[in-house]
Write a protein that binds this ligand. Structure first.
Ligand SMILES: [Zn+2]
Length: 320
């Protein structure tokens, strides 16, 4: 395994323009929002909105539907008497859209009885989005059905690419990784990796062994992270001496805000090491076969159990 200091010229004559960077989204971002049915009551008087919402939040809390507004106003645009619809509960499996259900058959508990005075005698089955929106597309789809609270931040899948200047620098790094080793047949042990700030021209390049590694842990990503840790320990030692004790101990995670540029998709072990290293972004050229941790087998960037998320881009030659 070899490590070398390298530098891209960053002068604008970029080989990087030959690459396009395809964001690898966790599946939950790409899937359409799940839809389902709820029972909706109509208030007899619009002025009872506050009272009804308070009562329902207490006797029929719907934590899984917190992304929806519980009430929507109706009647105004039709010149009818202004009133409001309110989500009472989830519908039963055998209910269908627009079906009417007697209110007293649903609100049967004694603490629910005050609501019978406030609602019309029939509830109606409506379709709503059951999942919390993650993208602008999810919000649009959800709003079509029922007013939706927009969480922040939201992702727009169409425009969430890399800034052009960063594409150029990262493209130069990809050229460095592939020019010597070709484009196919790599294992993660034979990977090449650059850990860099995507905006700067400086980086460290680690090339993997071409032969069978001596140890199952002998992967260039782990080696690169080890080198980063060693160099950071050195500089932290120096800085700590100049800082008050508390600030000196706080420190920062290993690769916060940095990009790992790889010839090949990291294996699951290396992807996990990059999670622990708090890498900001992974860019890779060749998809892994049977062991990839960010596209081909698992998408660790989608695991809710992990307390760190990174973004992932698959670099592909731009069609000429
Ligand atoms: Zn690996």
């Amino acid at each position: 395994m070899a490590a070398e200091k390298t530098e891209s010229n960053g002068n604008g004559a970029h080989a990087g323009r030959r690459w396009q960077f395809v964001r690898i989204w966790p599946g939950e971002y790409l899937s359409p929002a799940e839809e389902g049915l709820v029972l909706v009551g109509t208030l007899k008087k619009a002025q009872d909105i506050g009272k009804s919402v308070a009562l329902l939040n207490r006797v029929q809390p719907l934590p899984a539907l917190r992304h929806l507004k519980r009430v929507r106003h109706v009647g105004e645009s039709l010149g009818q008497k202004r009133t409001a619809e309110i989500i009472v509960s989830r519908a039963a499996a055998d209910h269908s859209v627009d079906q009417e259900v007697p209110t007293h058959l649903v609100l049967t508990a004694s603490e629910e009885s005050p609501l019978l005075e406030l609602l019309q005698p029939a509830l109606i089955v409506r379709r709503v989005s059951l999942t919390r929106p993650l993208t602008q597309q999810h919000v649009t789809a959800s709003q079509r059905l029922w007013p939706t609270i927009t969480p922040n931040p939201l992702v727009c899948l169409d425009t969430h690419g890399l800034p052009a200047a960063e594409e150029a620098v990262l493209g130069d790094f990809l050229e460095l990784l592939t020019e010597e080793d070709g484009e196919g047949g790599r294992t993660c042990a034979g990977n090449s990796v650059i850990i860099a700030d995507g905006r700067s021209a400086h980086c460290s390049l680690i090339r993997g062994a071409k032969s069978v590694p001596a140890s199952p842990l002998d992967h260039p990503v782990l080696h690169a992270l080890g080198m980063m840790a060693a160099s950071q320990r050195q500089s932290v030692k120096k800085e700590k001496a100049a800082l008050p004790a508390e600030e000196g101990d706080a420190g920062s995670y290993l690769c916060t805000g940095l990009t790992a540029v790889l010839a090949r998709e990291p294996c699951i072990m290396c992807a996990m090491a990059l999670v622990h290293g708090r890498i900001g972004r992974i860019v890779f050229r060749q998809a892994g076969a049977g062991d990839g941790g960010v596209l081909s087998v698992y998408k660790l960037q989608a695991l809710k159990q992990l307390n760190h998320r990174f973004t992932v881009f698959h670099a592909q030659p731009r069609p000429s």
